[in-house]
Ligand binder design. Structure first.
Ligand code: 6PG
Length: 264
């Protein structure tokens, strides 16, 4: 399925569009499958979207009781560390919505990295219960894009490290350069829906490299869902380097529905 591109006028509208996509995916998943499974990314881009999710009316929607939140990657630091993706999401919205505590699944950070990866694999298996050698299938995975083309904590490497069937990998890299856990390409690419959230002029070059010049060695370019759909949600600044035709074909975000706070 061809990636869909949505270009928002600015970062505030990008956050609103992201929150709207999140809530729509959640409502559809609960209606169709009785629950909503989502994996979040870290970094700065998703934080405004997360804060919108933690405010009424989004925070009061019914799907939260049936939601399971996981992470696409995490830095192996305590939740109180400013670098913690879980800590940031808990502050931005998880503490303000009615997700049952047992349905919030932070990545373990207090064991040696390989043991953390193994423990998260077991947590995914417990919740998703995939049959045979199948992978967990998320309803939604939210991803960011680093200026080097990384996504989650899948960093550029000389030869693509085969996932070897792994769901979760322990790596070291990124900024801050610390040990991390990341979902694997194989697992991410089995999601029903993947949404990249990319904002700011600093991402112009890497957006062009991935979406226009199709530099397939970049980790983000290897995110190609097997059966699901992929949406690139960009703001105008991040999309500025794309060919005019590509920008003109992109969708505009829907007008913010009445349940998302209009930015002043
Ligand atoms: C992480 C993120 C990472 C992030 C990109 C973009 O834990 O570091 O998951 O993949 O999405 O680095 O980060 P910004 O949104 O801060 O540019």
């Amino acid at each position: 399925m061809e990636p869909r591109m949505v270009i928002a006028p600015d970062s505030a509208h990008l956050a609103q569009a992201g929150a709207q996509l999140f809530c729509r995916a959640a409502e559809d998943s609960v209606r169709l499958r009785g629950r909503f499974t989502v994996a979040l990314s870290g970094g700065t881009t998703p934080r405004e979207m997360h804060r919108l999710l933690g405010q009424r009316p989004a925070a009061g929607l019914d799907f939260w009781h049936r939601t399971h939140v996981f992470w696409a990657d995490e830095r192996l630091v305590p939740a109180t560390d400013p670098a913690s993706n879980y800590g940031a999401a808990r502050e931005d919205f998880i503490a303000n919505v009615s997700i049952p505590p047992g349905q919030v699944h932070p990545m373990p950070v207090h064991l040696p990295p390989p043991a953390c990866a193994e423990q998260y694999h077991r947590e995914l298996a417990r919740v998703f219960r995939p049959s045979g050698n199948r992978y967990p299938v998320f309803d939604l995975i939210l991803l960011g894009l680093g200026t080097d083309g990384h996504t989650a904590s899948l960093f550029p490497s000389p030869g693509r490290r085969p996932d070897k069937g792994r769901w979760v990998m322990a790596v070291k890299g990124g900024c801050p350069e610390v040990f991390r856990l990341t979902l694997s390409y194989s697992l991410i690419n089995r999601a029903r829906q993947i949404v990249f959230l990319v904002s700011g002029a600093g991402k112009v070059d890497v957006v062009g490299a991935v979406l226009d010049r199709k530099q397939r060695r970049l980790p983000a370019a290897k995110i190609r869902p097997l059966n699901g759909r992929i949406i690139w949600l960009l703001d105008k600044a991040a999309a500025a380097g794309l060919p005019v035709g590509m920008r003109e074909q992109a969708d505009r975000p829907p007008a913010a529905a009445d349940w998302i706070r209009e930015t002043p």
